[in-house]
Design a protein around this ligand. Structure first.
Ligand code: SF4
Length: 252
């Protein structure tokens, strides 16, 4: 009996045994494209479930004045995540992140990096619009930075999103996002322009595996770039560092 026949005989015997044990179906492991698609669907499902939770969240007072919570949107397997501080007037109206003038500029930046908005994931530190005067939610220019209580109440949603998406790089937009994600209380000018480490949940900065570490590049918020166009050059330098990292040229 050849070696090949022996394998067939043993396989048949094994299947008979499975049948005898009541097994009526054998699942063959998925490979290649199917496996990738399945993984993407699972991540998408988890993000959608989380988004529903966020839309119904009443953990902090910001829920009282919001029109819509803004969970975030994009590719569930994005290599790059952009994270701002919180939704503004337009985002609150549409329930989508970065859709006003700042969003248009962010779209241009993403395009200039050779990607599309659908390739990345865009989210915020807090998911509801922080307002100076919550009794006038219909006024434009009623924006403020989120308080530390609001950030602490909301941050677990973002942490879960990062954990699901597992991006290669996070780009934080503005000082609130930079200080929250780096854990360093310093002006943006001191934080931007270089990679920091972000540690995926559990957020402990020691004793975590290398797989939990994500590169984090803080840069300017697009709204700040609209107010100070002369900062655009520096912001572009930051984006170039991200692109270099993706091209494998940033590795030491
Ligand atoms: S900001 Fe975050 S914690 Fe506060 S109500 Fe909205 S989703 Fe909930």
């Amino acid at each position: 009996m050849t070696y090949f026949n022996e394998i067939i005989r043993l396989t048949k015997k094994y299947i008979e045994q499975l049948k005898a044990d009541g097994v009526d179906r054998v699942v063959v492991s998925e490979k290649g494209k199917n496996m990738k698609k399945r993984k993407k669907n699972i991540a998408d499902g988890k993000l959608k479930k989380l988004a529903e939770e966020i839309k119904n969240c009443k953990k902090c007072p910001l829920h009282k004045s919001r029109k819509n919570a803004v969970p975030g949107e994009g590719n569930p397997e994005a290599k790059l995540m952009f994270i701002g501080e919180g939704p503004g007037f337009d985002e609150d109206r549409l329930g989508r992140p970065f859709v006003g003038r700042s969003g248009q500029l962010l779209d241009k930046i993403i395009l200039a990096m050779g990607m599309k908005r659908e390739d990345v994931f865009i989210a915020n530190i807090v998911k509801c619009h922080p307002m100076v005067d919550p009794s006038h939610p219909d006024e434009r220019g009623n924006d403020r930075k989120p308080s530390s209580d609001e950030i602490n109440g909301c941050i677990s949603y973002l942490e879960k999103q990062i954990e699901i998406i597992k991006p290669k790089i996070i780009c934080s937009l503005g000082s609130v996002s930079a200080t929250t994600l780096t854990g360093i209380s310093a002006p943006l000018g001191k934080l931007r322009g270089k990679f920091h480490d972000y540690y995926c949940s559990p957020r402990i900065h020691s004793g975590v595996s290398h797989a939990n570490r994500i590169k984090l590049m803080p840069t300017f918020h697009p709204a700040a770039l609209l107010r100070n166009p002369n900062w655009k050059k520096d912001a572009w330098e930051d984006m170039k560092k991200i692109m270099k990292e993706f091209n494998g040229k940033g590795k030491k």
